[in-house]
Write a protein that binds this ligand. Structure first.
Ligand code: NDP
Length: 265
C-alpha cells in the first residue's frame, strides 16, 4: 500500500473521528503523518497506535502561532510538507444546547464556530501554501460538509462556516494555479458520518437505534457513513492519481444531495 509513499502530511483534529481515520489510512498508504489536535491525551494515544509512521503535535487551528510552530517542526524534521488536511471542526453544540438559528443565535457563539471552522481553515491553507512553495507541489484538503451546500435552519453558523470553507478552497486553488504552483486544494463534503461528534445526539439508551434511523431517514442509502469512507476520498485527493483535480468539491453523503427528499414519489 504505497499510494502516499513518504508524503509528509499534517492532519488537524486527528485525535478521533474522521481525522483519526484519515491519519490511519494515510499511514497505511505509506505517508508520514503529523496528527494534531487540542485533545492532547487522545491525540498522543491515536498517534502512538499508528506506530513509526506517525507523530503527535499539539495544534489549535485558531492560533497562528501554533501553525507556525508545527509546520516549522515538520519542515525541520522531514524537510518538506506534502499534504495538509484541514479537518478540525465544531458544530457549536459541544457545550450543550444553545440557540444556533439565525434569529436567536448569540454573536459570540456565531463567532466561535467561525473561528474554528473558517479561521482555522484559512490559517491551515496559508501555512500549507508557504510550506509547500519551495517544492512547488502539494495537496490541501479541506473538510467542509453537506451543510456547506444547503441551509441549516438550526445551525446557522455551522452551515455558514462550511459554505465559506467551500468557497475559500476554490480561491486557494486559483491562487496556487495562478502562481504556477502544482499545489492543489479541494473540499470534501460529508454528511452523517458516525463519529463521536454524534454521540450527544444519539445517546446510549434503548432508543439509540431508532434515533439513528431517524437521522438517516432522508438519506437514500439509509445508513450513516463511516470515517474510513471519508478517509478513502482524502487518500485519493492526496495521491498523485489526482494531480489534475483542484478547486473541486466531492460529496460523500449516501446520495443525500442527489435529489430533494421532498420530491414527489
Ligand atoms: P469529532 O468531533 O469527532 O472530532 C473533531 C476533533 O477536532 C476532536 O478531537 C476535537 O477535539 C478537535 N478540535 C476541536 N476544535 C479544535 C481546534 N480548535 N483545533 C484543533 N482541533 C480541534 O468530529 P468529526 O470527526 O465528526 O468531524 C471532523 C470534520 O468533519 C469536522 O470539520 C466536521 O465539521 C466535518 N463533518 C463531520 C460530519 C459528521 O457527520 N461527523 C459531517 C460533515 C462534516 P475536542 O474533542 O477536544 O474538541
Amino acid at each position: 500500500m504505497t499510494r502516499l509513499k513518504e508524503k509528509v502530511t499534517l492532519v488537524t483534529g486527528a485525535a478521533r473521528g474522521i481525522g483519526a481515520a484519515i491519519a490511519r489510512a494515510f499511514v497505511d498508504e505509506g505517508a508520514f503523518v503529523y496528527l494534531t489536535d487540542i485533545d492532547d491525551d487522545n491525540g498522543r494515544a491515536t498517534a502512538a497506535a499508528l506506530g513509526e509512521g506517525a507523530a503527535y503535535a499539539s495544534l489549535d487551528v485558531r492560533e497562528e502561532a501554533d501553525w507556525r510552530e508545527v509546520v516549522a517542526l515538520a519542515l525541520s524534521e522531514r524537510g518538506r510538507l506534502d499534504v495538509v488536511v484541514n479537518n478540525a471542526g465544531i458544530t457549536g453544540f459541544e457545550a450543550g444546547a444553545a440557540a444556533h438559528d439565525p434569529e436567536n443565535a448569540r454573536l459570540e457563539d456565531w463567532r466561535a464556530v467561525h473561528e474554528t471552522n473558517l479561521d482555522g481553515v484559512f490559517l491551515g491553507c496559508k501555512h500549507a501554501i508557504r510550506a509547500m512553495r519551495p517544492a512547488g507541489t502539494g495537496s490541501i484538503i479541506n473538510i467542509s460538509s453537506r451543510s456547506g451546500l444547503v441551509g441549516i435552519a438550526g445551525a446557522a453558523a455551522y452551515a455558514s462556516s462550511k459554505a465559506a470553507v467551500r468557497n475559500h478552497t476554490k480561491t486557494v486553488a486559483l491562487w496556487c494555479a495562478a502562481q504556477g504552483l502544482a499545489i492543489r486544494c479541494n473540499s470534501i463534503h460529508p454528511a452523517a458520518i458516525l463519529t463521536p461528534m454524534w454521540e450527544p445526539m444519539l445517546g446510549s439508551g434503548p432508543d439509540r437505534e431508532a434515533r439513528m434511523a431517524a437521522f438517516v431517514r432522508d438519506t437514500p442509502q439509509r445508513r450513516f457513513g463511516r470515517p474510513e469512507e471519508v478517509a478513502a476520498l482524502a487518500v485519493l485527493l492526496a495521491s498523485d492519481e489526482a494531480t489534475y483535480v483542484t478547486g473541486a468539491e466531492l460529496n460523500i453523503d449516501g446520495g443525500l444531495l442527489a435529489g430533494s427528499a421532498a420530491s414527489p414519489g
